[in-house]
Write a protein that binds this ligand. Structure first.
Ligand SMILES: Cc1cc2nc3c(=O)[nH]c(=O)nc-3n(C[C@H](O)[C@H](O)[C@H](O)COP(=O)(O)OP(=O)(O)OC[C@H]3O[C@@H](n4cnc5c(N)ncnc54)[C@H](O)[C@@H]3O)c2cc1C
Length: 637
């Protein structure tokens, strides 16, 4: 008999089922979400599982646990996080509304400081050690350094599990979950004939690839017919970019974070470098191996730069107009709330409140009157009403100090440029102004709006799937690239390696010339032809269009999905719902493929981050389930 419980001959090995193995949890997906869940299982176990029999935890992921696929160690060192190191934490603090204990731990920035103390457990490869040594709270770490942080968090969480817990890592892909509602579950792994047997299963599948939709299939077929290149939406670090040839034009649709990754891999990734001139301006020195990127999108501008300063003074007192009470009211009405009609006005009011609160309290010289008087009238004005416009116009003399969410969402609306070069200059001006503003405390109401956006994000979780527009708007305002990336984009634009196309961009296949053709509303009559088209955005997998066999089969077997195709889970503890709305007693799902995805990004310290709340609730539900099983097993022994 094998002494190793991970060996199939061992009696406790879950591939061998005649002897009952210890209570077993299988977590599919071992990225940040799973790591956070394990941290919460460890934190809650002393209270909820103190006297339980040892249990087994099985982790299934083809990528290494801790970072998983997105944050795996073997990726280009040129790719960065788009969060500042001080804004990324995997540990709870007193702001988190949860039942379980707080277990403090370092943020990424604090961990990097600890690494400098060179504890042996923090041993890092030399290039990461050097990066950690230079990292400040405001730095944007490489994805590889974040990978090391996540691995460290994972190892610490595993070490904190109750004594006797066994952890088994399976570098496999799970393809199906079967089993009765009220009994043990089987998790089937690709290429294995016997399943893992589990008392409870958690799906932390994260960002998934999608089957192409009809438009993408047609573009791929057109590309094949005319020997062109078409890269559909995918995770850029996994894309094969070799078909994008030096000097050739490439049409790029999308100016978000996938665009930034693409830009980096095709420029510095191909040997180009940046130099700062005597005037302080960054210049790009091409290697000659770069293609020419013609980039546009619906808005036509890149996402707003990350704000480059931290908050001083009072935090905006939110939630105020969109908090738990407003969400309760929305949920108590019959039918699903309509985002535009029912939810957006409350959000707009909340964002405006944060903006004006900051303007009145931090920049009183730019307003007329007292905050208390303004606040009272603001509270009484319906969102978007003419009364609100009148109130704001009277109190805030400079229109540039007023919050105009519509203008923010459509920065190039109505603007037409005389030619391609005029657009390039205008867009460089737009990006320069954005960079300057986002690093200037005189515009600190922007930071207040950002914090209110995070608060709103946390509240929206309880409403489940609220459609895609909000996520795009949030990302555009709050999840943009690091400032230095926009500086690089400006340098690439000046070097002619990136050329902007403008807003309301369209791409059409031209069968006569056998090319892709792109145009945009910003420069009427201007079109670009190219033999390559890249969709610079992440796939948006729905349960039925996901490439993940496990998720698709779960849906086929009766799991419920939201109208936007997300896996429906119970808000309380993330149990997977069936189409009758019943939570599965033994199956859970957390993360971006579920309708509780509002917690997509890493937690910022002291923001009551939704992911912590969800992980805590799910960990507690799991432990209670395990304890019940362990008690039952003792009673029948
Ligand atoms: C490119 C990119 C950059 C990002 N950058 C930031 C950032 O800088 N700051 C920030 O706050 N947020 C960022 N995010 C958002 C978010 O932090 C990441 O979102 C985080 O990775 C989500 O963690 P997760 O565990 O839910 O999903 P993932 O990281 O996607 O992990 C899911 C894991 O599940 C595994 N898996 C999936 N299906 C199966 C299966 N059937 N069988 C076995 N394993 C499976 C995958 O291999 C993967 O390892 C980024 C997201 C992306 C995509």
């Amino acid at each position: 008999m094998s002494a190793n419980p991970d060996h199939p001959a061992h009696p406790d090995h879950p591939f061998r089922s005649p002897v009952r193995s210890p209570a077993t949890v299988v977590i599919v997906g071992a990225g940040p979400r799973a790591t956070g869940l394990i941290e919460r299982i460890a934190a809650n176990a002393p209270e909820l599982y103190g006297d339980g029999a040892p249990f087994a935890l099985h982790l299934v992921d083809p990528h290494p646990p801790g970072g998983g696929r997105i944050w795996r160690p073997d990726q280009s060192p040129l790719l960065w996080m788009n969060s500042m190191a001080e804004d990324v934490t995997m540990f709870t603090d007193e702001s988190v509304e949860r039942e379980g204990p707080i277990r403090p731990g370092p943020s990424l920035a604090e961990w990097a400081r600890e690494v400098r103390g060179a504890e042996p457990s923090h041993a890092l490869p030399p290039e990461l050690a050097a990066e950690a040594a230079a990292l400040t709270g405001q730095s944007f770490a490489t994805r590889r350094l974040q990978s090391a942080y996540l691995r460290w968090v994972y190892e610490r969480a595993v070490a904190d599990l109750p004594p006797g817990t066994t952890v088994h890592e399976h570098r496999d892909r799970a393809v199906r979950v079967t089993g009765p509602r009220d009994g043990r579950q089987q998790v089937w792994l690709e290429g294995r004939t016997a399943p893992l047997t589990a008392d409870a299963v958690v799906l932390a599948l994260g960002h998934l690839d999608a089957e192409p939709d009809a438009e993408q299939r047609a573009l791929t077929a057109f590309a094949a017919e005319h020997q062109l290149t078409h890269l559909p939406p995918e995770y850029t670090a996994d894309s094969d970019l070799s078909a994008l040839r030096p000097g050739e034009p490439v049409i790029v649709r999308g100016l978000g974070l996938a665009f930034v990754d693409l830009m980096v891999l095709l420029t510095e990734g191909r040997g180009g470098r940046y130099e700062r001139g005597p005037d302080g301006e960054l210049a790009y020195r091409p290697s000659g191996r770069e293609p020419v990127l013609y980039a546009g999108s619906r808005r036509g501008v890149p996402y707003h730069a990350k704000i480059g300063y931290s908050l001083s003074g009072e935090r905006p007192p939110v939630p105020r107009f969109f908090g738990p009470a407003e969400v309760d009211a929305l949920l108590s009405r019959p039918g699903r709330p309509d985002f535009r009609r029912d939810v957006w006005p409350l959000i707009a009011k909340e964002l405006g409140f944060a903006h004006y609160h900051r303007l009145f309290t931090a920049h009183p010289e730019r307003v007329a009157g007292e905050w208390s008087a303004f606040e009272e009238k603001y509270a009484a004005c319906p969102p978007g009403s003419p009364d609100l416009d009148v109130l704001v116009a009277a109190a805030v003399p400079d229109p540039a100090d007023r919050l105009d969410l519509d203008a923010l969402d459509h920065p190039l609306a109505g603007l037409r440029f005389g030619g391609h070069e005029a657009l390039q200059q205008a867009l460089r001006g737009h990006i320069e102004a954005d960079l300057a503003r986002r690093h200037d405390r005189a515009h600190s109401p922007d930071l207040a709006v950002f914090l209110a956006l995070l608060s709103v994000y946390g509240q929206l979780i309880r409403l489940g799937d609220i459609g895609g527009w909000w996520h795009g708007f949030f990302s555009f305002l709050a999840s943009g690239p690091p400032g230095p990336r926009l500086e690089q984009l400006l340098a690439l634009s000046r070097a002619g390696v990136v050329r902007f196309l403008g807003a309301d961009m369209t791409v059409t296949p031209d069968p006569v010339r056998g090319v892709f053709r792109a145009s945009a509303a910003s420069v009427p009559g201007h079109t670009v032809e190219a033999r390559a088209l890249v969709e610079a955005r992440l796939p948006e997998p729905t349960v039925d269009r996901s490439r993940d066999t496990l998720l698709r089969s779960l849906y086929r077997d009766g799991a419920a999905a939201t109208p936007a195709g997300l896996l429906a889970v119970s808000p309380a503890d993330a149990r997977i719902l069936d189409r009758a709305g019943r939570p599965h007693p033994r199956r859970y799902a957390l993360g971006p493929h579920t309708d509780a995805r509002a917690s997509g990004a890493f937690a910022r310290p002291r923001t009551n981050a939704p992911a912590f709340r969800q992980n805590d609730a799910t960990a507690r539900a799991l432990l209670l389930c395990l304890r019940e099983l362990s008690c039952r097993a003792t009673a029948t022994a």
